[in-house]
Design a protein around this ligand. Sequence first.
Ligand code: SF4
Length: 431
Amino acid sequence: MVAASSSNGQSLEGRTLYIPRMTYTGARTFAAAFRSIGIDATLSPDSDERTLELGGMFTSGDECYPQKVTVGDFMKIIQSGDFQPEKTAFFMPTANGPCRFGQYAPYLRRLLDDMGHPEAMVCSPSAANGYEGVGEHAGELMRTAWRALVAADIIRKKLLQTRPYEINKGETDRVFEECLDLLCAVIEVQGIDQEQRLERMVETLAECRKKFNAIPIKYDSERPLIGVVGEIFCRLNRFSNDDLVRVIEEQGGEAWMADISEWVWYTNWGQTQGLIRRGKRFSREMLRVWLKNLFQKKDEHSLLEPFHEDFLGYEEPKDIKTVLNHSKPYLPPEGVLGEMVLNVGKTIYLYHKGADGVVDISPFTCMNGITSEAIYPTVSRDHEGLPIKIFYFDGTQTDLERDVGIFLELTKTYRRRKSNKRVLSPALVGH
Ligand code: SF4
């Protein structure tokens, strides 16, 4: 189905597209979205010690940790015996942001060229490059990919809501994998229209909900609820953060992870602000962004419908402006760009939802983490002493269990005196 070639003459046709596991869940459903338009997409290999070894060899040390991890995983593919550059593409999005992320794709391109693999493709589809390599199917892919990411956010939320309370260890992970397989099978179907696909996805999610809610659990109201914010890759990539969420669960907490969709809402908001600044408040471009936002909201609403009751007390902000308004007194979003704005704003949102503490996951040397860390003591002081802790990661070992254990003790003290009580989900207390 894919015929279009990119601006530099490369096409995805006949190639395998490798997608980094920014989140395992999101990468799986995202790859399925690519397959729905006939692109052979799969995940980049799971990260391990070799990832860091190769990532270290092919970066200078000045790059961000997520770049080291993604480069390391791509190098494992390149160094595998059956690498065929003309049949390979690496997915690496790009952005004109305030941080080093914009360098990831050009760096990878240069690396491949220097290694003598100019035929290997770096796929960074965006509006600016006419959705390079995706061509005529861009609109269809963007819509399916958005739904795929929202569905991934939803089943991750069910996983994190259920797993801490499971009676039979490992059952929630098993159901989660089963649901992910079911979802990918629906997302990757080719040749159906958008309405049909949405209907099938909603039906599948409703089936997944039943499976999750059939898991025997023993709810413990004393378990602290810990918000998890931070740099998007390091927060969502389990290898990069030493599976911090699981450590929180093993140490007696429950995690509420900030979704991927939050970043999409934020970039949509950023686009409208950019147009307003350029005097294009009433323009064709503004209409396009407005419509995109509208359809994305509509899709999100449909996909979330089966979970309305389960997510009582776990609702995400209705509008990204809620998060940005929370951030405003500390980091005004009109002047400060990047994830630090979301992290500070979401921390305060989670405070209002009754979270018992918030952890921020950040790559070592990331300016988002460094800035947020400087703001958090004031945020905590202004919000009843909400415990907030930043965890930095760079692939070196730390005593995570000990640090999380100490933090959870602080959250237990806080929960005794906090004024924002949680709304408890019937999916948990109804068992
Ligand atoms: S947010 Fe931080 S870690 Fe992520 S790309 Fe930007 S500078 Fe690097």
